[in-house]
Design a protein around this ligand. Sequence first.
Ligand SMILES: [Zn+2]
Length: 66
Amino acid sequence: MYFPTVLNRKNTIRHIVKDWNHAYCGYKLNFSSNITPIEFKKIQFCNINTIDCIQCKKFLSSNDID
Ligand SMILES: [Zn+2]
């Protein structure tokens, strides 16, 4: 199972994208309101094992997304 993720460059923690503004843990994403191809490239589809954010992972496991 692969998830759309973004990498926080400050602390290199990878979060799971919930919508254009937030990750599942509440981490705010800084996409512009117009999603350009450059913005879109910031999203990477990654296996859950590569996601560092404990809160994002917790959210997924508690909601049984498959
Ligand atoms: Zn997160």
